[in-house]
Ligand binder design. Structure first.
Ligand code: SF4
Length: 336
């Protein structure tokens, strides 16, 4: 399928995800349509993604988020990719919740290095009320530094999103991880619907939604299309869409999964950009193992946000100096 037929295809299906589309989520992307994007000739796909990207975003701007783990390891869930699940033996050391001072000094350092958003992650099934109270203190303190705030704390109980929102939380991250039909291969201790319920609470509390998934977990191209369709069909779709490449950690069930062709990762980024034109698409986990060339293709395909800092919860991330050097080489600048 060439570019014109891709565009025509979507126009005839009334799909405003075409390159002249304006509205956010007056459309529905079925899995086959997204799969058609992923199947398109690479040049056509990237051209279309870049065209959409330029309609809605600064073409050379990249948003920088720093992520820290405020409570590490010992999680009761069984996410097959996660080194923090208590049931897997991965060598991750459990760490109790950080103090407010520790979080504030990490946020200050992130801001000094140029981050505009500070994300706090905790390895829980979901927070208890006493955890929410500590998290709201952290959110207030980080926000007072002039940073955007984001938290990823697991499943939320009724009322918890509202408390976080009242404290000034800007974004809540909760990923769908994969397509519904592949989900049970990856996680059995929580259901897809549990995730959607938490995302609904976040929306209702007026907090921006950060929601994406992981590729390279042994899924098919159709399942990658299924993930993107799920995200794009949320109404509205997430403001922030992290696309992660599986980081294989020894001791987790997904260790040893056949490696994904890196260009397939780029295609997934492009499909996210085309189907969610206004979202910030974040090139997330797995960047440390990616060449500069592949990362550059991801930016060309519409990624405009990265995690910035040498650690992502428990796995590695490129050093900030390397990221700065790559951005300079590509003429990219940090978005404030
Ligand atoms: S991804 Fe989150 S919920 Fe799943 S095991 Fe890891 S820390 Fe727990």
């Amino acid at each position: 399928m060439n570019l014109n037929s891709l565009i025509t295809n979507n126009v005839t299906q009334g799909n405003p995800g075409n390159i002249t589309g304006e509205s956010q989520n007056s459309e529905f992307w079925n899995v086959t349509e997204v799969e058609s994007l992923l199947n398109a000739p690479f040049n056509d796909l990237i051209f279309r993604a870049q065209t959409v990207h330029r309609q809605y975003h600064d073409p050379n701007g990249v948003q920088l988020s720093t992520l820290i783990s405020v409570k590490t390891g010992g999680c009761p869930e069984d996410c097959g990719y996660c080194p923090q699940a208590a049931r897997y033996h991965t060598g991750v050391e459990n760490q109790d919740m950080l103090s407010l001072d520790e979080v504030v000094s990490a946020a200050t350092a992130a801001k000094d290095k140029g981050a505009s958003r500070f994300c706090m992650g905790a390895a829980w099934r979901g927070p208890k009320q006493r955890d929410i109270e500590k998290m709201t203190e952290m959110v207030r303190a980080v926000k007072s530094l002039g940073l955007e705030t984001c938290a990823t704390l697991g499943l939320l109980k009724p009322g918890q999103a509202q408390q976080l929102g009242e404290a000034g939380l800007d974004y809540y991250n909760h990923n769908l991880d994969t397509a519904p039909e592949y989900y049970e291969e990856i996680i059995t201790t929580r259901q897809y619907q549990d995730r959607l319920d938490t995302l609904q609470q976040v929306r209702e509390a007026g907090i921006n939604v950060c929601c994406g998934g992981i590729v390279g977990m042994g899924e098919t191209r159709r399942s990658r299309a299924g993930l993107i369709a799920q995200l794009a069909n949320m109404n509205p779709y997430p403001e922030s869409v992290p696309i992660n490449h599986l980081v294989q950690v020894e001791g987790t069930p997904l260790y040893g999964t056949a490696a994904l062709d890196p260009l397939e990762f780029v295609r997934t980024i492009a499909a996210a950009r085309i189907t969610m034109p206004k979202a910030m698409v974040r090139l997330s986990a797995g960047r440390q193992e990616m060449s500069e060339a592949i990362q550059s293709l991801c930016f060309l395909a519409g990624a405009n946000s990265i995690f910035y800092g040498d650690k992502l919860l428990t796995t590695g991330n490129p050093e900030t100096d390397r990221d700065r050097a790559l951005m300079e080489k590509l003429g990219l600048h940090a978005l404030s």
